[in-house]
Write a protein that binds this ligand. Sequence first.
Ligand code: CA
Length: 228
Amino acid sequence: MLSILFVEDDDTIAMGVEYSLKQDGFQVSLAHRLDEARDLLKRQPFDLVLLDLGLPDGSGYALCKEIRAAGDTPIIILSARDEEASIVLGLDLGADEYITKPFRLRELISRMKAVLRRGATGAIEASDRTLTCGDVTVVAQQAKVYKNGREVPLTALEYRLLLTLFANQGRVLSRGQILAQIWEVDGDFVNDNTITVYIKRLREKLEDDPQNPALIKTVRGLGYQAGD
Ligand code: CA
């Protein structure tokens, strides 16, 4: 059974989510404060951490950083803060996903499963394809990305996004089409800022000039396109 640490000080949310996760076969440990969460983390390993940001004894960001420094346990931040800066900070501190409140329970659970699946296999799709666009190559079998022959480390979600764009080279993908690939749920659920953040991060890692992207282009009003 997969064990989940849920750090959340709002009892209504905590109890609702705990109930649903248990129905779905997860084992759930609840912490209402950072110090409780730290105690639980010392006592047992968890398969995934769901983390609120505003907690009575401090910020969830601090715990996110600590968990990431200690290992690669998947972290999903659940927060009412939906500004791009908050999302970027959470991802920079090592969170795998950032879900804004209010969220739907089905959405949360499918995204948890997606994160756990990625963590389990290390590769998104079993594929022996090698996809090249410009000076960037995705070797799907190894789940690795190279620019000019040098490996570029990507997070699981960045990799998934790049793979989706490269597999559809020359086609404009709408945000909805991209989100459906990334989260495997109806794109309607997802905060639009999230995809903007991921595209930006991919450009920063892969483009020669992230301000004038040549690899991943924005097609105004339509979506994004890799290649010509
Ligand atoms: Ca809170």
